[in-house]
Each structure stands twice: as C-alpha cells, then as structure tokens.
Design a protein around this ligand. Structure first.
Ligand SMILES: Cc1ncc(COP(=O)(O)O)c(C=O)c1O
Length: 377
C-alpha cells in the first residue's frame, strides 16, 4: 500500500550520479591524464594512490589490487593459508569473504555474531580454534569495526594471523585506529557503491610488514619475480591505473563524505526514536562510517514491500547466512547452528543512506516506515 509520498519522490538506496556531478571536473581530468599517458597498467597513479591510502589508514604499506575479493585472496595466499587449514570468520558477511577462504583450499569455520552490531563475537572465536586454525577474518560490517582488541589478543595467544575484511569500512575507526590497520593485513573494496568507490572494480591490501608487502606485490602479478620467473602461483590482480587516478581524487573527499553519512544516520536514528524497530547500535569505542544504515524489524519483508510501493529503495544485506549457502553444504552446517546470524538475516533492512541524500528524501523514508508501523499495530 503506497502513501501520497510515492507520487512525489523516488528515494534511491544510493545515487552515484550525484557524487559524480559534484566532482565531475576533477574526475574527468584525472581520467584524461591517464588517456593521454596511455599507461593503463601500473601507471604512476597506482603507486601514488597506494602511498596516499597507506597514510590515510596509518599503515606502512598499501598494495593496489583488482577488487576486494582479490585483496582477500592475496592476503590469504601471502600468509600461506591453503589446503587443510581452517579460517575462522563470520557467517554474516558478503559471500566473497568465504569464497576467498575456499578458493585457497582452506575451510571456513563460522563463529556467530553479536546481535546488536552484527559483527563476529570474539568469545565465540576462541571456542572454534583447532590445531588446523591459521587465521581469523573479522568483517567490519556496514561500516562499523568488529571488537578488535579481544580478537587480536586471542590471535596472539594462539599464534594466528588476522585479516581485517574492511571492504565496507574505509574511514571507520576503532579506539582511534583506522579499519584495516590493526590486523596483519587489511582488505578493502572500491566497488562503486562503497564509501570510497571507483568507477569499476578495485581493491587494496594494507599491512605493516615489509615481507608481506613484497609477497603481495609479487602475487598480484602472477607471482613472477623477476618477470617470467615464477617461484609462486599468483593471479592477475593489479589495480587499474584509471581506477587509481579516480580514487586519488575521491580519497580527498572521503572524510567529508563519511561525516555526511554519520549526520544522515543520526538524523534517521533521532527521528525514528520510539518506533517499534531497532536502529543501528554504535559502540562507544567505534567511529562508524555508515556504509549502510541497517534497521532491525520483525515484519521485515512486509516493510520492504511497503517501502517499495512508496517508491523507496531498500535492500537486505544479507538474506542467506553464509553457512547455509548451497555450495557450502559439505561443511555440514544446518539451520539453527548460528541462531543470531539466522535471525539477523530475517530481520535486517538497509535504508537509503549516502552523503548527498536530502532531508526531504530522508523524511519520505521515515514517514513511510512510520505509516507501516502504525498500520500494523
Ligand atoms: C564484506 C565484503 N567483503 C568483500 C567484498 C568483495 O569486494 P569486491 O566486490 O570489490 O570484490 C565485499 C564487497 O561487496 C564486501 O562487502
């Protein structure tokens, strides 16, 4: 059932055109420079962006790669994670986190999430450690860091490596430290809709170890060092020069965009106080980057239909918990094994949030949610 709001405005989940138009000159001239140079593969902008990104994250190194998925794959490979190894991670994430573990031949082992932050619960990680465990991949979901201190302590105690899946959390902070700067390696995605999005695929691995940096550099170009001499199997995983040139420009706006996301998120949270739903919980040790603004509501699917009828875009991240994916059936997980994740997959819903969203658009969303909740009382 749509309300009067629907005839007036369509509210998109994200509108990349608005961002592009606000910085069009900068972006067009950056692309033009690459076109003039014709240095499409590992042109100077890649190195420049790596340097800027490393200082943004406060890490010694950053290696530009072809996507967030390849960032995870290369991170695991660089640590020597492979056949027979186990990697503990969250089942409430995008499939790529799990896919990368499986693609190096290792086995994902799932620990359930905290129902308030949707991030992995550190106390459940320790229980899942076996002799085969090599690494932990916490995912900083929706733009909020997992509780890293206890995770790093567990890793130290059991001599495990930590890879931060920071694909959704560029710009987020945990106890004053940037996402991707706390573990052995940090992995980022520049998928266009991310807080720092390219105009195509792209990714980054961050680290403080010179050795890991060298290995990842080598692995991202087929593992050849020098060229044509292959001591290791790598991939074609370079960051594209055009993407790097765009991302250099966008990085200069990132903090402002993240601030705006936080303001928009606070507006929703303030205006939806007293509604029969759960707004995002921000832990006091975290600076949330609000890649997504995710509410929790019992009648999620009906609310989704209602919003769509009101011309408001919304989406579920993620409807299928990863331990229940068909292609992972061999792992032996069944429904009921990870109840918090399974419940979150049924009750969470992302509302439109992006730096350029207007107050009027947000009011449309709030009004529509309010109408739905009062009609279903
Ligand atoms: C948590 C998480 N991990 C990994 C990825 C993979 O990144 P990409 O799409 O750049 O390969 C994404 C991107 O959607 C993600 O959200």
């Amino acid at each position: 059932m749509g309300s009067a709001v629907s005839e007036k405005t369509r509210v998109p989940l994200i509108d990349l055109k608005r961002q592009y138009h606000s910085i069009k000159e900068e972006i067009n001239s950056a692309i033009q420079d690459v076109l003039e140079s014709q240095a499409f593969i590992l042109g100077p902008q890649v190195k420049e962006f790596e340097g800027l990104f490393a200082s943004y994250c406060n890490t010694k190194y950053a290696i530009g790669v072809s996507s967030g998925t390849d960032a995870l794959l290369l991170a695991l490979k660089s640590l020597g994670v492979g056949d027979g190894d186990e990697v503990i991670t969250t089942p409430f994430t995008f499939f790529a986190t799990i896919e990368s573990i499986c693609n190096v031949g290792a086995k994902p082992v799932f620990a359930d999430i905290d129902p308030e932050t949707y991030n992995i619960r550190p106390d459940l990680i320790e229980k899942s450690i076996t002799k085969k465990t090599k690494a932990i991949i916490p995912v900083h979901l929706y733009g909020q860091c997992a509780d890293m201190e206890p995770i790093l302590e567990i890793a130290k105690k059991h001599d495990l490596r930590v890879i931060e899946d920071s694909a959704q959390s560029v710009g987020a902070e945990y106890r004053g430290k940037k996402a991707g700067s706390m573990g052995d390696l940090g992995c980022f995605s520049f998928f266009p809709s991310k807080n720092l999005g390219g105009m195509g695929d792209g990714g980054m691995v961050t680290c403080n170890s010179e050795k890991l940096e060298e290995v990842i550099h080598m692995l991202r170009i087929h593992g050849g060092k020098p060229k044509n001499y292959h001591a290791a199997l790598g991939i074609n995983g370079r960051l594209d020069t055009i993407q790097a040139s765009i991302l250099i420009k966008k990085l200069g706006h990132l903090d402002d965009w993240c601030d705006k996301r936080r303001q928009k998120a606070s507006y929703y949270t303030e205006k939806m106080k007293g509604f029969d739903l759960v707004t995002p919980k921000v832990m006091d040790f975290n600076k949330h980057a609000f890649h997504l603004y995710v509410i929790r509501v019992k009648e999620r699917d009906r609310l989704m239909e209602h919003l769509k009828a009101d011309n408001i875009d919304c989406a579920v991240y993620y409807p299928v918990p990863q331990h229940l994916q068909e292609c992972l059936a061999d792992l032996g997980y069944k429904e009921g094994d990870l109840p918090e994740t399974e419940m979150a997959a049924k009750e969470t819903l992302a509302l439109p949030v992006f730096p350029e969203i207007t107050e009027e658009e947000q009011d449309c969303v709030i009004e529509s949610v309010k109408n739905f909740l009062s009609a279903s009382k």
